[in-house]
Write a protein that binds this ligand. Structure first.
Ligand code: ADP
Ligand code: MG
Length: 592
């Protein structure tokens, strides 16, 4: 019979190697940890030197604050750190490191040498391997720290087996440096592989850093990148993203940084795609770097040793704000560039467009009508009529307007739909005014209202089961009726397990997005939830800018629009511009 195994404490070296496996799995993760340490030491330049993809050698040189000679003797012990002391320090944590495990883990699988000089003390060096410490010997760099890691996993064949070819490992090291460099543009970075420089990123502005990093991959010029900023109560957001004409067909370049750390945060990547969605063709995604700064007491990075995961308590709020920020910026950008283009394009002498003379500034008094924005800006004045072809043009204009007359008949008396312009605006004549209706925003608004007054859910053929975090589980137990009131029937199928049983038709074919929203939402506000679900469903379904829209669709939409008291989109933007007949007459120097 087999003898029963008894409990014993693991040999420290075995324990060290087991723990190390969670932090260090390849050269790139060593580089990541060492750069974090250099950044925490306020370095302004960090050089990384590797040989054989980092398997033979990794050397990180910084000009940071250095290490006190007396600290070298315990520096690679488990939980040896200068960054936190008490639990409450986690509420104000500003450093990238806090676990005191990196050097400990590196020493477990390689030969580690540290040489450092701190201001006011002499430089000193130490060699550490496993839990064997060499002597602390005098001598170090003039400033900062040099850390050398040699023969990674030489004694752990199981780990070595998972390493790729040196060139692939080198590529991963480079990417690890780029991720750090994108979060710290004011710090200079270099990488040398087998004595050849493979990356050079001088200290720069964030925008230049992004451009530098993208260089070689896709040459994007500064004017193609939009810079966006916003702040909420406990967070701020900065986004550098490409304008709508520059995109790719995957989400690879949508990267999220939270408190200077790159994180795998699907819901925020999704927020970026929602924000861009109305402005990009289907299946296209931007290059977009999102930097979120959250109060340290609202985030927890202590989930995974490599800190790629984060729990953000106000994630739903950030998600929402991010969608809005991107949409509003793109909308503004789109209109200004469209306007610029029009100025360049319109060289027709019949209606000169540049000249804005004082008498064209019309701010005609107008009759109040429920919230529609009045057009008060200038119309160009008719100028010189030197065009010999003007008669031909005029004939064409008249024959076109005759065609429109015919169309008027079909529409009825309420309003006359004249067609679409700039692939966005529906042109309507109604009660002595001309209306320009933003078709995308209008359709979003109508959808929004319809979703609020849904009638009847439809069961899913197969209920869609998904897992949630404990906090969301508790939240759903208390709040699943909130979802029900918005047309989503949820059922708890087990511990931390929920399923969508039925939804209103608006959500069909977007159940996955729905699940991701549910997994991330934990605010008790019905209004907030409505907005979130709406963002999930509508941005996909709404008629996009640039979409062709036929007369029947347009008229159906307009009928609904003119029934609204307040034509603002769910994001609060006005989407109907009214120009009165009176103002139009005045702008050409006529009176009604
Ligand atoms: P952590 O970063 O979580 O504190 P590490 O094992 O990475 O744990 O590092 C242990 C300690 O060594 C750090 O807290 C820091 O005091 C010191 N240290 C490591 N690298 C450097 C460096 N490049 N410059 C200054 N101090 C460093
Ligand atoms: Mg560290």
């Amino acid at each position: 019979m087999e003898t029963e195994k008894r409990v014993h404490l693991l040999d420290p070296l075995v324990a060290q190697r087991i723990a190390a496996g969670e932090v260090i799995d390849r050269p790139a993760s060593v580089v990541r940890e060492l750069i974090d340490n250099s950044l925490d030491a306020s370095a302004s330049h960090i050089s990384v030197v590797i040989e054989e993809g980092g398997i033979a050698l990794i050397k990180v040189i910084d000009d940071g604050t250095g290490i006190h000679p007396d600290d070298l003797g315990i520096i690679a012990h488990s939980h040896a750190t200068s960054k936190v002391q008490t639990l409450s320090d986690f509420n104000t944590l500003q450093t990238l490191g806090f676990r005191g495990e990196a050097l400990y883990s590196i020493a477990a699988g390689a030969h580690l040498s540290i040489s450092s000089t701190q201001k006011g003390s002499l430089g000193s060096s130490i060699h550490i391997h496993g839990n064997t410490y060499g002597e602390i010997i005098p001598g170090g760099p003039t400033k900062g720290t040099v850390v050398e890691v040699k023969d990674l996993f030489a004694e752990i064949p199981a780990r070595r087996l998972f390493l790729k070819r040196p060139s692939s490992e080198a590529r991963m090291v480079k990417n690890a440096i780029i991720e750090k460099a994108l979060a710290f543009p004011e710090v200079g970075f270099t990488l040398t592989h087998n004595s050849k420089e493979s990356l050079f990123l001088p200290p720069s502005s964030l925008k230049d850093r992004v451009l530098n990093v993208l260089k070689g991959n896709k040459d994007i010029v500064a004017s193609e990148i939009l810079s966006m900023k916003d702040a909420g109560e406990h967070f701020s957001i900065q986004v550098l993203g490409t304008e709508e004409s520059t995109y790719r067909t995957d989400r690879k370049y949508i990267q999220i940084f939270v408190n200077n750390r790159i994180v795998d945060e699907y819901s925020l990547v999704q927020a970026v795609t929602y924000g861009y969605d109305p402005y990009l063709p289907g299946g296209a995604f931007p290059y977009c770097y999102v930097y979120i700064t959250v109060d340290p007491d609202l985030v927890d990075f202590n989930i995974h040793p490599a800190k790629r995961e984060v729990k953000i308590r106000n994630r739903a709020e950030i998600h929402h704000q991010l969608v809005l920020l991107i949409q509003q910026t793109l909308q503004k950008h789109h209109y200004t560039s469209q306007h610029r283009e029009d100025k360049v394009r319109d060289t027709s002498p019949l209606f000169a467009s540049e000249a804005v003379s004082p008498y064209t500034r019309s701010s005609a008094p107008s009759t109040p009508s429920g919230g529609y924005r009045k057009q008060t800006t200038a119309f160009p004045a008719p100028e010189h009529f030197h065009d010999d072809t003007w008669f031909e043009k005029a004939k064409k204009i008249f024959s076109d307007s005759e065609k429109r007359e015919e169309q008027v008949q079909e529409v009825g008396e309420e309003f006359i739909y004249h067609g679409q312009i700039f692939s966005l605006f529906l042109l309507v004549e109604r009660n002595n005014s001309l209306y320009l209706v933003d078709q995308h925003a209008a359709h979003e608004r109508i959808l929004f209202d319809e979703m609020k007054q849904y009638d009847g859910t439809q069961p899913l053929m197969i209920p869609l089961e998904f897992e949630v975090e404990r906090s969301i589980d508790t939240f759903l137990l208390a709040h699943s009726t909130m979802y029900e009131s918005l047309g989503i029937l949820l059922e708890r199928t087990g511990e931390l397990l929920w399923a969508i049983r039925a939804t209103i038709p608006h959500y069909r074919e977007m159940e996955r997005e729905l699940v991701s929203s549910i997994q991330n939402f934990s605010s008790g506000s019905l209004e907030e939830l409505h907005k979130l679900l709406f963002a999930t469903a509508s941005c996909r379904k709404a008629i996009k800018e640039g979409d062709a829209i036929d007369r029947v669709q347009a008229i159906a939409l307009l009928k609904k629009v003119f029934k609204l008291d307040h034509p603002v989109c769910p994001h609060g933007r006005n989407f109907v511009v009214e120009i009165t007949k009176d103002a139009l007459y005045r702008s050409v120097g006529r009176v009604l």
